[in-house]
Write a protein of this length. Structure first.
Length: 119
C-alpha cells in the first residue's frame, strides 16, 4: 500500500498563522523603510544638484522642503538635516527614530541614519 502524502489541516493552520503574522509585521514596519529610502534618494539628489551645492543652508533646506512635499516625507524636517563638506562633495545626513506600535503594548523602535554618501 502507498503512503499518503499531503498537508494536514492543523499543519496548514499553523503555517497560515506564521505567514499572516509575518505579513502583518511587514505591513507595519515596511512604510518606515520606504520613507527612509525616499529620504536617502532625496539627499543624494540634493547633494548632486548644482543649484543647492553652491548655495547656502537655506537653499538646501528649501530644496529639501520642495522634494519632501512631493515624496510625502514627514519624519524629518529641514532643521534635522546635517550638512557637511568632504573634499569637494557636500554630504547631507540626518538621524531619527521611528516607533511603530505592533500590538498591545509591544512596539518596534527603529533608528535610521540616512546620508547622501554612497554607503
Amino acid at each position: 500500500m502507498r503512503r499518503q502524502r499531503g498537508l494536514t489541516l492543523s499543519g496548514f493552520i499553523l503555517w497560515a498563522i506564521v505567514v499572516i503574522l509575518g505579513l502583518l509585521f511587514g505591513f507595519k514596519i515596511g512604510p518606515s523603510y520606504v520613507e527612509y529610502y525616499a529620504i536617502v534618494g532625496q539627499f543624494k539628489a540634493i547633494a548632486s544638484d548644482p543649484e543647492a551645492r553652491g548655495g547656502t543652508r537655506m537653499a538646501v533646506e528649501s530644496a529639501f522642503v520642495r522634494r519632501a512635499v512631493m515624496e510625502n516625507i514627514r519624519t524629518i524636517g529641514p532643521g534635522d538635516i546635517r550638512i557637511t563638506k568632504e573634499g569637494n562633495e557636500m554630504v547631507l545626513s540626518a538621524e531619527y527614530s521611528v516607533r511603530v506600535p505592533l500590538f498591545g503594548n509591544l512596539s518596534a523602535c527603529m533608528d535610521f541614519s540616512p546620508s547622501s554618501r554612497g554607503r
